[in-house]
Design a protein around this ligand. Structure first.
Ligand SMILES: *Cc1c(COP(=O)(O)O)cnc(C)c1O
Length: 419
């Protein structure tokens, strides 16, 4: 049999192997190869899937994990399992990746956009309270960029209205809120394992819930709505009303299961995730310290007792910069991004404008003129620093520190020259 060497193949590529994300060690590659050799490439109740789910449960220290083939599927099946029906209204922050409202729309529900807090880019609890009505059947909160929403304030609103909460935790693997793990904060917490995320399987996702019945429902929905035992996955035909029933679908579902090869990839990364996160946090703590002396520089800081895992690093330009420079905000942002690019620091808008102003979602923008809201201004006056495909967490710590230092120096210089 011909032997394919992964490292040889990599040598042709532009990006050095060390600097790619996710980092795939030899154990991960071996595990994928043995999964291939097992010929167990699809199906339910597979050992590798069970092993992956159990390792996430151990890592979280609780909850029932059901893996899915993407973060979008995780959100969709969470809503379905919670009983969201076509026509129901589901609250969603006005800024997130479009997958959040799409998950609601794909099952026929209607997203209702709620303002974000410009200091955190997370859903604003006061705006959430104002948006609540008897039509609202679920609330989706998103822990943006790796920093947790104010869950206590959200829980208060929820208690009053008694609706389920779905957490979009796609960017927040490993984050904590007041000492509690993201993953165990909502009725169902949903994660993505797309390639950019802190825990990556290439593509994939998972749901976490503390309710074992709900977990089983999610597992069934991920398998065409057919009852799907996690272990001993086998079926007997049952006689009912004189005819045989076999592998019956008893609710609406689809094919949303995680691919076993992807599960094989993710298992090893989980073992290194905490140390990777600690690395990016230590570099970012340096930036938070320096940020105090940077003119017009805004960056989110986690509330006390909580952590930020820095999946994305969004920096904002405070409004005072407009009076100081005499330039419109859009021009300041353009010039800053150009200056950073010149010094080798890539930036991106990630997704813009805010969702109610995006063409495919404008229909759901409601009565609000979003162009004059603090939510719109917060996004129009900020941007992401560093390479999305080559995030800070992927880098050698010294290189990451150099990048942060360069960001600080370019920023200072820009405002000292643009007075
Ligand atoms: C990545 C992401 C998703 C979608 O996850 P996929 O696995 O790509 O479907 C959803 N929400 C947020 C906030 C994300 O960043």
């Amino acid at each position: 049999m011909e032997h394919i060497s992964i490292s040889e193949q990599n040598s042709d590529q532009q990006v050095p192997a060390l600097n790619t994300w996710p980092r795939l060690n030899d154990d991960a590659i071996e595990r994928v190869i043995s999964c291939l050799k097992s010929r167990q490439l699809s199906g339910s109740g597979l050992d590798i899937i069970n092993e992956f789910e159990a390792s996430v449960e151990r890592w979280l220290g609780g909850g029932h994990v059901v893996s899915t083939n993407s973060g979008t599927s995780a959100l969709m099946v969470a809503l379905l399992a919670l009983g969201i029906k076509p026509g129901d209204t589901v609250i969603c922050p006005a800024y997130t990746w479009c997958a959040t409202p799409h998950a609601a729309l794909l099952i026929g529900a209607k997203p209702k956009f709620v303002a974000i807090d410009p200091a955190t880019y997370n859903i604003c609890p006061n705006a959430l309270r104002q948006a609540m009505s008897s039509d609202v059947k679920a609330i989706m909160v998103v822990h943006m960029h790796g920093m947790c929403c104010d869950m206590d304030a959200i829980s208060e609103v929820v208690r009053e209205f008694s609706v389920p909460v779905v957490g979009d935790c796609a960017q927040a693997h490993g984050a904590r809120y007041k000492g509690r793990e993201v993953g165990l904060l909502s009725d169902v917490d949903c994660f993505s394992m797309q390639k950019s995320k802190h825990l990556s399987a290439g593509d994939g996702g998972y749901c976490v819930t503390k309710d074992p019945k709900l977990a089983q429902k999610i597992r069934d929905i991920c398998n065409f709505g057919v009852e799907t035992p996690k272990t001993n996955y086998r079926f007997d035909d049952v006689l009912r009303d004189g005819y045989e029933v076999f592998r019956e679908c008893d609710q609406i579902g689809g094919m949303f299961r995680l691919n076993p090869l992807c599960a094989a990839l993710a298992i090893d990364q989980l073992q290194e995730l905490d140390s990777h996160i600690a690395g990016v946090q230590s570099v970012m703590n340096d930036l938070l310290t320096m940020a105090d002396d940077l003119p017009f520089f805004k960056i989110s800081r986690p509330i006390s007792g909580s952590t930020h895992v820095w999946h994305k690093i969004r920096v904002g330009i405070s409004e005072d910069a407009v009076a100081f420079t005499g330039l419109p905000m859009a021009e300041i942002r353009r010039q800053l991004r150009a200056a950073l690019a010149e010094s080798g620091i890539p930036t991106t808008l990630w997704t813009a404008p805010i969702l109610p102003l995006q063409t495919g979602l404008a229909e759901w923008s409601g009565q609000t003129d979003w162009t004059v809201t603090p939510t719109h201004f917060a996004i129009e006056s900020s941007f992401m620093v560093f390479d999305e495909n080559f995030p800070l967490i992927a880098q050698d710590k010294d290189i990451a520190r150099q990048q942060v230092a360069m960001l600080v120096s370019v920023w200072k210089q820009y405002f000292s020259e643009t007075a």
